[in-house]
Design a protein around this ligand. Structure first.
Ligand SMILES: CCCCCCCCCC/C=C/CC(=O)SCCNC(=O)CCNC(=O)[C@H](O)C(C)(C)COP(=O)(O)OP(=O)(O)OC[C@H]1O[C@@H](n2cnc3c(N)ncnc32)[C@H](O)[C@@H]1OP(=O)(O)O
Length: 281
């Protein structure tokens, strides 16, 4: 009882000393004056699907947080049912070639910025995290999730080949056989299943609790040297990012080629129809 009261008081304090740093319409950044932790809230209605502008806003917010020497980043969502629905599929449908290339490069850069961030990163997954939404969470160092939501990469279910950097994000948190089965089945996990396979670290009952857990995780590095920590993280993660860092053009070319195939475009049309139909029922 006493412990939970202390926790609540602690939570109140944390909320009080939060100050706004920089926001765009699509992202909201709040920095805790005491801990230096930045909470980056995704705010693209209705479901945080990543279009070009949103990817740009996310990358720029993360870079800004790093350059302000914050002690860590907590990634979360302003929507209390959806963390992120992944890529905005409208960006991939009958695309304008120039915009698609710019979009895909932004995706690559946003991923590299998050995956190799110098500061500790944690995801407070307060809703469904699908496809690239799951990738963003998995690119963080720690994940805590609310019950009764779903998380996973179901690309193969609707005719998408999974790009290598997405495979690598899974491989850096899950064992190879688990990744193989999950990606080939296009498996979407419930919160409980995600906990069982260690795709997430903990389950919590509220967003506030999720933010607290993430702050505690970031706080656990207080006694470490930030430069040594950042370089060690980079060393550990570099093999998974190597391909994209050394040769982003090949990944870009292969992805654009694939997205422009009739097979991909037909599957996408069908999938988008299904998504819309669901709402008309
Ligand atoms: C050799 C190398 C080859 C490389 C090849 C690379 C090329 C392949 C690329 C593959 C990469 C894929 C990664 C992705 O991230 S693809 C995105 C996949 N995401 C999804 O499938 C999520 C779909 N959405 C949902 O399941 C649900 O929306 C939800 C997230 C569970 C939320 O449900 P909820 O009921 O709350 O909301 P609605 O479904 O009513 O959605 C509200 C409106 O938003 C539209 N919507 C939802 N998600 C998307 C999306 N990802 N893109 C665009 N639009 C989306 C939905 O249609 C609703 O619109 P409406 O109001 O107009 O009906």
């Amino acid at each position: 009882m006493l412990r939970s009261r202390t926790k609540l008081i602690e939570l109140g304090k944390r909320q009080l000393c939060r100050s706004m740093c920089k926001s765009s319409e699509l992202t909201l950044v709040e920095v805790d004056d005491k801990t230096g932790i930045a909470t980056l809230t995704m705010n693209k209605p209705p479901v945080n699907s990543c279009n070009l502008e949103f990817l740009r806003a996310l990358k720029s917010a993360m870079k800004e947080i790093e350059s302000n020497k914050c002690s860590g980043i907590i990634l979360t969502s302003s929507n209390d049912k959806v963390f992120s629905s992944g890529l905005d599929l409208n960006e991939l449908r009958q695309p304008n070639p120039e915009r698609l290339a710019t979009f895909w490069k932004e995706l690559q850069e946003m991923w590299v910025t998050l995956y190799l961030s110098n500061v500790p990163t944690a995801a407070a997954i307060n809703g469904h995290a699908l496809a690239v939404g799951c990738v963003m969470a998995a690119a963080c160092e720690y994940r805590v999730m609310l019950p009764d939501f779903t998380i996973g990469i179901h690309a193969t279910k609707f005719g998408y080949v999974v790009p290598p950097f997405i495979v690598n994000t899974y491989l850096s948190v899950l064992p190879h056989p688990v990744v193989e089965r999950a990606l080939l089945q296009g498996k979407i996990f419930s919160t409980q299943e995600a906990l069982q396979i260690n795709l997430i670290d903990e389950v919590v009952n509220s967003k506030d609790e999720a933010l607290c857990k993430c702050a505690d995780f970031i706080g656990s590095f207080e006694q470490t040297n930030p430069v040594a920590r950042a370089l060690t993280k980079r060393q550990l993660r570099a093999p998974f990012a190597k391909q994209l860092l050394e040769d982003p053009e090949t990944e870009l070319r292969e992805s654009l080629e694939y997205i422009n195939t009739p097979l991909f475009q037909e599957s996408l049309d069908q999938y988008l129809l299904q998504l819309k139909k669901k709402n008309k029922k």
